[in-house]
Ligand binder design. Sequence first.
Ligand code: B1M
Length: 220
Amino acid sequence: MAELSKLYDAVLAGNAAEAKAITQEALAAGVEPMRLVNDFMSPAMGEAGRRFEAEEYFVPQLMLSARAMKTALALIRPLLANRETRSIGRIVLGTVKGDLHDIGKNIVAAVLEGGGFEVIDLGVGVTPEQFVQAIRDKRPGLVGMSALLTTTMLAMKETIETMRRAGVREQVKVLVGGAPVTRSFAEEIGADDFAGSAADGLRAAKRLLDIAPFIQRAGS
Ligand code: B1M
């Protein structure tokens, strides 16, 4: 098996084929999937971000690194999904308006699914109105919002206000996350909770949905 540090190198270098091959090999050798994400891929994306800030990397390199991570993640996501048990709750998830970052949001989705939730992923650049429509159509117990930019985290506030005006805010719990988001920001905008990682997101969702007004069960 290739050294796992080569996965870090492949993501950082934006080499999708190499990242995929190492991931495949590691999974076949029984390496725990989230170890590949947490110990190698995410740190490589963090370093890509640092280089971008230092003007050593530019947008094309960031895009290549992101593509390499997404290619490798595509192998991992099905392994995290919990197909054995019935859904313990329905979650609508999306990256907020103006924001195209979806790697973290996709990991959160995979971990929530692995934890037994049904996840309706609205994708990226989700407007407040689209969140409201999804609450009406899908009746989730929880709405999860992700933002990676200090500018777009303000769309979380706008979304919660739009939910309030539409009269659907009290029907759901709201969980927010993403690199620039903090607990105090979550409190300030009237979210129910904040999560700093996918694992925290799963714990928060379970906690919040235990006390949510309704929880959708599969088949109900
Ligand atoms: Co962009 N980008 N980017 N980028 N990018 C950042 C975020 C940045 C910090 C880089 C930097 O300068 N160091 C910076 C933001 C600065 C700021 O706002 N203060 C930045 C910028 C400036 C930009 C552009 C404006 C660049 C430009 O065009 N000039 C542009 C904006 C585009 C837009 O969205 N409108 C842009 C574009 C891009 C790419 C398209 C090239 C690419 C995204 C590809 C994609 O996602 N499909 C990209 C990337 C890859 C990054 C970095 C390098 C990596 C992000 C990432 O995937 N991290 C990032 C730097 C960094 O974060 N260090 C950067 C790995 C991922 C696993 O972590 O997303 O934090 P993260 O998710 C974690 C937790 O945060 C948490 O769990 C996840 C898993 O543990 N979490 C949640 C996330 N959401 C959650 C929700 C929850 C719970 C937990 O509950 C609902």
